[in-house]
Design a binder for this molecule. Structure first.
Ligand code: NDP
Length: 282
């Protein structure tokens, strides 16, 4: 009986993870990607471009955004434009959504990916940095969602929130960052219930990522751990597919799924493993 049950569970998991992604569904799709000047956001812009989407990208650095837009057009984007904005400025999130909706004539995908820089260090009591980071990594996501929602309801569109294993499990050196990611999971997880209960045809995907080989991530962990980092381009494609297939929650790489499943089984050993995976001398 146990073997049959295990077989059924495995089959169900495999069925729910089958690749139902149809690349043509993104042809001409109206997409806004945040944090797209570097890292995973930049790679998402290139994938959307290859699928022939109409893209608006945003981040702070105009000169870098200009280059990403040029590359998107070379790769086959139906259109690509940028808007420079700073998400720590409380009026910029709405301004960016307004710009994207006007330029694209609507919106199909709101891809929330940006993060502000935050030191990889034990918390030093700096509350102001956490307050600032909450605006950039969390509150701006809410502002953009609120501004985009009427347009996404019209298009039966999608919100994609890029989150982290550090929004599911606590780890040292990243208290402010982790707080913003736990906030995202809590807020948007609640919103998933509410969208379903109101029968709104807007999908909301939360992507949980493990360590990805972006320059900013690798620079932070250097000297602290030699954990394997996974490719940004693959992570970006994973997120896009999860959004396009309207998944609730997606995990990349796969170990993050199992980490979340067994997170609370043996807390003592979990914490021992986490603490011993970093080099640190008090
Ligand atoms: P990067 O640091 O490479 O990129 C961050 C992006 O956000 C850049 O485009 C940056 O551009 C932009 N940005 C920074 N500050 C602001 C601001 N104040 N206003 C507007 N835009 C800003 O991040 P990653 O690609 O590594 O991460 C992308 C996402 O993936 C994040 O949500 C992150 O939490 C998540 N993730 C990443 C992991 C990893 O290991 N890399 C692991 C787990 C999750 P600019 O400087 O031009 O403004």
């Amino acid at each position: 009986t146990k073997i049959v049950a295990l077989g059924v569970v495995t089959a169900l998991v495999a069925y729910s993870w089958r690749d139902t992604f149809a690349p043509e569904s993104l042809q001409g799709a109206k997409v806004l990607v945040t944090g797209a000047s570097t890292g995973i956001g930049e790679q998402m812009a290139y994938h959307y471009a290859r699928f022939g989407a109409q893209i608006v990208i945003t981040a702070r650095r105009e000169n870098v955004l200009r280059e990403v837009v040029e590359r998107c057009l070379e790769l086959g984007a139906q259109s690509a434009i940028y808007i420079a904005a700073d998400m720590s400025n409380t009026s910029d999130p709405e301004r960016v959504v307004r710009f994207a909706v006007e330029e694209l004539g609507g919106l199909d995908y709101l891809v929330l990916n940006h993060i502000g820089p935050s030191p990889f260090t034990m918390w030093n009591g700096d509350v102001e940095h956490t307050r600032w980071l909450m605006q950039v990594n969390f509150l701006s996501y809410l502002q953009m969602t609120s501004a985009a929602m009427p347009h996404l309801e019209k298009s039966a569109g999608s919100i994609v929130v890029v989150s982290s294993l550090l929004g599911k499990m606590c780890s040292p050196f990243v208290a402010p960052y982790s707080a913003t990611k736990f906030s995202l999971n809590g807020f948007f997880g609640t919103m998933q219930h509410e969208l379903a209960m109101q029968r709104k045809n807007v999908s909301l995907t939360i992507s949980i990522l493990g360590l990805i080989d972006t320059q900013s991530a690798l620079e932070k962990i250097r000297g602290y751990t030699d954990m394997k980092a996974y490719p940004a381009s693959e992570a970006a494609l994973h997120i896009i597919k999860a959004g396009a297939t309207r998944q609730r929650e997606s995990f990349y790489p796969l170990y993050t799924y199992f980490a979340c499943l067994i997170r609370d089984w043996f807390p003592f050993f979990r914490d021992l493993v986490i603490q011993n995976s970093y080099n640190f001398e008090p």
